[in-house]
Design a binder for this molecule. Structure first.
Ligand code: SAM
Ligand code: SF4
Ligand code: SF4
Length: 366
């Protein structure tokens, strides 16, 4: 849709469509591994702690949609820390081993380090990570680490200041994000993953520079294909640069060899520099779908469970959290939601589905 044809105020999809009915609860069998309709476990939970952000990345929260008229969630709709911890605990009991805090920009959520500490105390063995745009990381890295965060992923789309400022559309400089990365490394949040969304003609000229800058530092650049998440970023296949091409470009300068996955369900394909100076990752959601090993659930800022990044609707867990339901009832509901899960959007993506109205990434968390 052209900019001028877009409606001025977008009613967020979760408001327009409402939540899916929670399927009838099935009994949770103690000790039995939970699997969805395609045999995939429930190993990861991404929790969006805010739908707000100080950036307006053109591929995620374009300024002409996420403007002063956009209806962000009111405070009462946002899950409290106590509610988030309760959900996290229930997911852990159903087999979840990894939790990633995301958003929106998670470091904008007031007291985020307190949430990290609460999660760490409730779930001492969970792998606890966070994805951030890095803008506030310098000030918060040490506190996040002290609270019990294991690792961090920082998004950075370019080292060229003008390109980066244009992509974040908030005139935010590269230097401050790099300072955040340094502070995170000094605080012990390493190895740091650096996410770069590659968009043709916008920042693809920066691919090799990013690889050059971070090789030898221990940090891992992950090149992400521009995805058709949400319905406001004007996605076109022509703007996607396949990971294969990205890897070819990097390898031409710094030879790479394929490396195996660290764990089942890892989204990035790993490539190691032949000279031993580290590795990169390639996340190819568009050209090389990885749905068959997708073990991720998402909890939106307002407590809806989404079983796919490209979903159109979620399941309203918040209602159960606030209507007096006990833990067993909520666990049974999550279990039933997961058992009914059949998503494999990226495997069956079509030009039509890419244009369909899907929930925004800033709402359910990247
Ligand atoms: N604000 C934080 C950040 O930017 O790191 C966390 C939330 S953001 C939605 C999570 C990740 O999703 C970021 O690495 C971002 O670059 C990525 N992302 C957002 N929109 C995307 C798109 N259309 N295609 C591919 N990746 C996208
Ligand atoms: Fe904000 Fe992250 Fe989306 Fe950029 S990608 S607009 S930083 S939520
Ligand atoms: Fe998982 Fe959905 Fe992405 Fe497939 S499209 S990998 S099911 S989130």
């Amino acid at each position: 849709m052209s900019k001028s044809a877009r409606p001025k105020t977008v009613i967020p999809l979760h408001e327009a469509r409402g939540a899916l009915p929670i399927p009838a609860a099935k009994p949770v069998i103690a000790g039995a591994a939970l699997a969805d309709a395609r045999g995939r476990g429930l190993h990861d939970l991404r929790i969006s702690v805010t739908d707000r952000c100080n950036f307006r990345c053109t591929y995620c929260m374009p300024k002409d949609v996420f403007d002063a008229d956009y209806r962000f969630l009111p405070h009462a709709e946002v899950l409290s820390f106590e509610e988030i911890v309760r959900v996290a605990r229930l997911f852990r009991d159903l087999g979840t081993q990894k939790i990633r805090l995301t958003g929106g920009e998670p470091l904008l959520r007031k007291g985020i380090e307190r949430l990290v500490a609460m999660l760490r105390e409730a779930l001492p063995d969970i792998d606890l990570t966070l994805t951030t745009n890095g803008s506030a990381l310098k000030a918060q890295a040490a506190a996040l680490r002290a609270a019990g965060l294991d690792r961090i992923t920082v998004s950075l789309d370019s080292l060229d200041d003008a390109t980066f400022r244009a992509m974040n559309d908030a005139d935010f400089p590269v230097a401050k994000v790099l300072e955040g990365i340094e502070a995170a490394a000094a605080a012990g949040l390493a190895p740091i993953k650096v996410n770069m969304v590659v968009k043709r003609g916008v920042n693809d000229h920066q691919v090799v520079d990013m690889a050059r800058h971070f090789r030898g530092t221990g940090h891992i650049v992950r090149f992400i294909e521009f995805m058709d998440v949400g319905s406001t970023n004007g996605w076109r296949m022509d703007d996607v640069i396949a990971s294969e091409e990205v890897v070819r470009r990097v390898s031409a300068q710094f030879p790479l060899d394929p490396a195996g996955a660290n764990y089942g369900g890892e989204v990035a394909q790993r490539w190691r520099y032949r000279d031993g100076s580290g590795e990169i990752g390639a996340i190819s959601s568009v050209t090389r779908a990885f749905c068959s090993t997708c073990t991720r659930a998402r909890l939106s800022t307002d407590g809806q469970v989404y079983t796919c990044l490209f979903a159109q609707r979620g399941y309203d867990l918040k209602r159960l959290l606030r209507d007096g339901s006990d833990d067993a009832a909520i666990a049974a509901a999550v279990s039933a939601i997961w058992q009914g899960r059949d998503d494999r959007y990226s495997e069956i993506r079509t030009a039509e589905s890419a244009k369909s109205r899907k929930v925004e990434m800033s709402f359910i968390g990247g």
